[in-house]
Design a protein around this ligand. Structure first.
Ligand code: NI
Length: 173
């Protein structure tokens, strides 16, 4: 399985996840289920997954403005602003996530072209280490898998039935 196929798989899992989230009450999506200063509710994680893809692909790899800007959402000025989004509507967040996906798909050839070069990307502005473009692509995709697994667990803890997102269910034919 290559990068293209894995990103395509993620676009499928998103639709299944979004359908489940749309069927849940807003109060559950905003409820702080995880006791942490970071992502506490499902909406926090939805925003986090989308903004991480937006930031790495556009900000770091393509040197373009983030899709977030077109939503009038400023860069967060505190960890609290970065992490917490219970007041946003689910539709607003999913519209943003889908817009990030559309932009990623539109620029996919450029991302793959970059992955074939020996370019290195700073892992963090405060650290000297770097990543290859291919590693950044896989980091972002794996990051979504890890956090959507958390969302699935939260859906279950809130008394709902989560979707099956495993690769086998999407790849089987
Ligand atoms: Ni994360």
């Amino acid at each position: 399985m290559n990068t293209d196929a894995f990103y395509h798989y993620l676009t499928g899992t998103r639709r299944a996840l979004w359908a489940t989230l749309r069927a849940m009450p807003d109060e559950q999506l905003s409820r702080a289920v995880i006791p942490t200063e970071g992502a506490r509710c499902i909406k926090d994680l939805v925003m986090h997954i989308a903004v991480v893809e937006d930031g790495w692909f556009r900000g770091d790899l393509l040197g373009r403005p983030l899709v977030r800007e077109t939503f009038g959402w400023k860069a967060p000025s505190s960890p609290d602003e970065y992490w917490h989004h219970p007041e946003k509507s689910l539709e607003e967040l999913l519209t943003y996530w889908e817009a990030v996906e559309q932009d990623t798909l539109a620029r996919w050839p450029e991302l793959i072209e970059q992955a074939a070069t020996d370019r290195r990307v700073a892992v963090d502005e405060d650290r000297p280490e770097t990543l290859s473009v291919d590693e950044v692509l896989w980091h972002v995709m794996q990051h979504e898998v890890r956090h959507t697994a958390q969302i699935v667990q939260m859906i279950r803890l809130l008394g709902n039935v989560p979707p099956a997102l495993d690769l086998a269910f999407f790849a089987a034919r």
